[in-house]
Design a protein around this ligand. Structure first.
Ligand SMILES: NC(=O)c1ccc[n+]([C@@H]2O[C@H](COP(=O)([O-])OP(=O)(O)OC[C@H]3O[C@@H](n4cnc5c(N)ncnc54)[C@H](OP(=O)(O)O)[C@@H]3O)[C@@H](O)[C@H]2O)c1
Length: 268
């Protein structure tokens, strides 16, 4: 069976390499183009898991050879990548985090032109954690909600996109928004905790792929809901599954919840 080809943007990065490895064994999709930045020292070198392909900076050429895109690169690169896929009318999965609200609105709007999916976390467990956190936020009225995340020392944005996603799940369950309720720094004489606020704090170090805990702190008891990613492979598998899901879909903005609820696009 002919496998559909993926244009992988950010192919030489930590996630890009993991996704290429997952594509190697996927029955539905394969790697068709490995896109890297114009400054990348990898340009022209073979992709380790697909030695017949080499890293390339020409996004348009990559898109023209493939049926679907996956982007795990950098927020600075987001708009030009999305515009390339919109021009070619091909579906795109985005895992890049650190997006501004305007970036996210832009991605959502592009759902009018192509099937497009953005998720700050492609794992099944984290998407379920968001649902459970919303339920806990509703059930534990009056409990203080706080979120703590830990990531490897190379991560460039803080707090993680996943921590913000979880914070939004808690805030919207309490009929608010994280932009109003979120507290992202505590230092010095901060005064007492504002009622209803949601602390979102980040630790950095080592090679942690991603830990997230949502705390609900009440009088005399606390609930901690924790997700730990043991490796990046879980995100890579989710991204590939999302790409298979988008193929043949109508235009629209999709999330990982749509993929997980559909039960489709599951590779090994
Ligand atoms: N959604 C999820 O489940 C999930 C999970 C993990 C990570 N992430 C996010 O995914 C993104 C990538 O993470 P990572 O750990 O793989 O980072 P990384 O190792 O820094 O990889 C990013 C790659 O993108 C490349 N790049 C930068 N600008 C580019 C451009 N214009 N065109 C093509 N490639 C470009 C970088 O090249 P240079 O090094 O040459 O700049 C680098 O190779 C981050 O935003 C991270 O937070 C999401």
């Amino acid at each position: 069976m002919n496998r559909d080809k993926v244009t992988l943007v950010g192919a030489g990065g930590r996630m890009g390499q993991e996704i290429a490895d997952v594509l190697l064994g996927n029955p539905l999709l394969t790697l068709g183009a490995a896109i890297e930045s114009e400054e990348s020292p990898l340009l022209g070198l073979p992709v380790p898991s697909f030695p017949d392909l080499s890293y390339d900076a020409d996004l348009g050429r990559g898109i023209s050879r493939c049926e679907v895109g996956i982007d795990f690169s950098s927020p600075a690169n987001l708009r030009s990548t999305v515009e390339g896929f919109v021009q070619a009318k091909k579906p795109l999965v985005i895992g890049t985090t650190g997006l501004t609200v305007a970036d996210r609105d832009f991605v959502r709007d592009m759902g009018a032109h192509i099937p497009i999916l953005w998720s700050p976390n492609m794992s099944l467990g984290v998407n379920l954690l968001a649902i459970l956190s919303g339920q806990a936020a509703r059930a534990l009225e009056g409990f203080d909600a706080e979120i703590l995340e830990i990531h490897h020392r190379h991560k460039k944005d803080a707090p993680s996109g996943t921590a913000l996603f979880l914070g939004e799940a808690v805030a919207s369950a309490r009929k608010g928004s994280l932009s109003d309720l979120g507290v992202f720094v505590r230092h010095g004489l901060t005064g007492e905790r504002d009622e209803g606020s949601i602390g979102v704090m980040a630790l950095r170090g080592g090679d942690v792929p991603g830990d997230h805990t949502v705390f609900f702190l009440g009088p005399g008891e606390r609930l901690e809901l924790t997700h730990r990613a043991e490796s990046r492979e879980v995100f890579a598998r989710g991204a590939v599954r999302a790409a298979a899901f988008l193929l043949g879909r109508p235009t629209g903005f999709y999330t990982m919840a749509d993929v997980l609820l559909s039960g489709e696009g599951q590779g090994p």
